[in-house]
Design a protein around this ligand. Sequence first.
Ligand code: AMP
Length: 420
Amino acid sequence: MTFEHFSFDPRILARIEAAGYVTPTPIQTRAIPQVLAGRDVLGLAQTGTGKTAAFILPILQRLSKGPRGRVRALVVAPTRELAEQTHQAALDFGKKIGIRSVSVYGGVSKSSQISQLRRGVEIVVACPGRLLDLAHEGEIDLSRVEVLVLDEADRMFDMGFLPDVRRILKLTPNRRQTLFFSATMPPDIRRLADATLKNPVTVQIGEIAPAKTVSHAIYPVPDKLKKALLLAMLEQTATGRVLIFTRTKYRARNLARDLEKKGYRSAALQGNMSQNQRQRAIAGFRNGKYDFLVATDVAARGIDVSDISHVINFDVPDTVDAYTHRIGRTGRAHQMGEAFSLAGQDDAEMIRAIEKLLGSSLERRRLPGFDYGNFAPEQQFQGAPARKTSSRSRPSSRNNARRNNDHRSRRRRRPSQVSR
Ligand code: AMP
């Protein structure tokens, strides 16, 4: 595929070529058509994936037509570096269509930013604090913003910008297109996404596919701690669409309800539901209304939803066949998927059978920071010792921020955590 596929204005295309871009990156391939179509997008991707061009190019395409001299696109970013980088991309790609962009952040004098704003701009790329200052001083009018981008939303949360972001949202029109990017999805970020996005398309980007697209892991845990472990796990993991399996209809319904209560957009899919209800649940999962579908094996048969980032066996299945069916729903189309199984002592035999089928032993994981009480996950399923800390696991993003204020090293660390 090439950039010509997207039917950009030839003047934008010329700038894409001048930048040396030949093939769109995966996030560009998937997000650009959706942004061009005016859809809200939830992008689960970190820096380095080409996400800047994924939103700035279709924004420029929109701005190439229509009025000039007023703020039509607003990009909110956590750091000056990111704001500056996005502003530069807007200038580079927008050069031939004469789109004006200004970067707005603190720590430098306001006067140059104000004079650029007064001359008239179509794009503002800003950090939250200075943006609010200038908006309150009447120097920036956000009332006619058509597209709002929240970039690196999880970092904005880590840095304490969420109240400011909420204030900024209120200054923009309700009828706008919103593009929301985040590398991780803790509940606060998910709630913010829910509150800002309308019927969004979720685009999740993993690493370029290795031969094996699904990684499997077991989390040994006593039954009574399963729910708590699942919630802790979700808080630590960047997920896209997640399919969760339970043994019974009753457990599916209850778990979906509990997840919903915790702020995770979830639906159940189980045999006691009418055909209509089931279709609504599947459609909602497909179109992004729900991030989590909690299903029984029978009810999940035949659902065809692509881009499932994680399959979680809340209950280990009764047969090896069921395991492969469940897992087959993630890691499709060369995307990375993860399969987690919450396994109790009673599941030892089934785990052995699954390992036999896979031809390798499943990685045992202990969730860092989770209170297991007297239970020792390492001592479960003797013969294949649990790893104490998985290299794929990590402390929650908030703790991460506290421990590590150096954004660059955080950023470096993310790809292996998110692109699974
Ligand atoms: P980003 O994730 O937006 O920070 O982009 C990471 C780097 O990839 C930047 O240096 C971009 O200029 C570059 N880049 C983005 N898209 C492409 C592409 N389609 N082809 C080549 N380089 C790209």
